[in-house]
Write a protein that binds this ligand. Structure first.
Ligand SMILES: NC(=O)c1ccc[n+]([C@@H]2O[C@H](COP(=O)([O-])OP(=O)(O)OC[C@H]3O[C@@H](n4cnc5c(N)ncnc54)[C@H](O)[C@@H]3O)[C@@H](O)[C@H]2O)c1
Length: 270
């Protein structure tokens, strides 16, 4: 059995789940797209949100084609007004927001001397401030019902060095702490917040944003697999399955964790 075919009970039956970054940045399965599809397979009403309208629509259509429930929406996660309008509209139409999944993240390669100030601030805006904004606008709806699950897609890069990309590492470290801050402040009010730290995942993103570090795509795949104790990269479905668990009541006593989904990578001695 492969990770994309594990039978899933309707863990999110009738839950309204917002997935920011639900498209993928290239052909194939990205973490956000696989998570949106998995949430829908688990019974959720999924709002597939992306800055790229075509990417959001592709995910919606994939879900609809297998009989799931989804809407597509376009929104830039750096735009607070756009996020608030979208969140309030979904809450008004569906009566609630049960799950907030923050998947949007970009990598910009290059060390401190190479990266511009403008780029550093942009990465923090897209990877970190975005989650502050989506959380800020979803929380009032969750608090009103005394229940909500937030899942933030961080990275092993939050706690380990893999490439020279300080803006990415700083943004993901910040996202871990934002997750914990949210979890603790609202723990008594029914809100859970957790992060997922993917390791070396074979998703479209790496062919756009990481491949330049290697001689070829084959060399990248081989090197990333070799770094990982399991000897292989993970897939978007590994992230989606972890997200499903953390978003569901099955994880009802879990809050404030940053869960590595990394084939054992973070256990390695340096
Ligand atoms: N692939 C890996 O090896 C790996 C490892 C660690 C962490 N991650 C994390 O996984 C997440 C992304 O995974 P993915 O495979 O779904 O990536 P992806 O690039 O395929 O999908 C991300 C989606 O976010 C959208 N997006 C980008 N900027 C946006 C914005 N400003 N507003 C709204 N949407 C925007 C893109 O259009 C894209 O469709 C990121 O947070 C990344 O840091 C990936």
């Amino acid at each position: 059995m492969t990770a994309d075919s594990i039978p899933i009970a309707p863990l999110l039956q009738d839950r309204v789940a917002l997935v920011f970054g639900a498209g993928s940045s290239g052909p194939g399965w990205g973490n956000g797209k696989a998570t949106a599809v998995t949430f829908a397979r688990a019974g959720a009403i999924v709002v597939a949100i992306d800055i790229n309208a075509a990417a959001a629509e592709e995910t919606r259509a994939l879900i609809a084609a297998e009989g799931g429930r989804a809407e597509a929406a376009t929104c830039d996660v750096t735009n607070s007004a756009q996020i608030k309008a979208l969140v309030d509209d979904v809450a008004a139409r569906h009566g609630r927001i049960d799950v907030l999944h923050n998947n949007v993240g970009i990598t910009v390669m290059g060390g401190i001397l190479e990266e511009s100030e403008e780029s550093f601030k942009r990465v923090l805006d897209i990877n970190l401030t975005s989650a502050f904004l989506t959380t800020k606008h979803c929380l009032p709806h969750m608090l009103a019902r005394g229940k909500g699950a937030i899942v933030n897609v961080s990275s092993v890069a939050a706690i380990r060095y893999s490439y020279p990309y300080p803006s990415y590492q700083a943004s993901k470290a910040g996202l871990n702490q934002l997750t914990m801050s949210t979890a603790l402040q609202y723990a008594k009010q029914g809100i859970r917040a957790n992060a997922i730290m993917p390791g070396m995942m074979d998703t479209p993103l790496i062919y756009q944003q990481i491949v330049g570090q290697y001689e070829s795509a084959d060399a990248m795949r081989a090197a990333r697999a070799a770094k990982t104790p399991m000897g292989r990269q993970g897939t978007a479905w590994d992230i989606a399955n972890a997200a499903l668990f953390l978003a569901s009541d099955a994880a009802g006593y879990i809050s404030g964790v940053a869960l590595p989904v990394d084939g054992g990578l973070t256990c390695l001695a340096i």
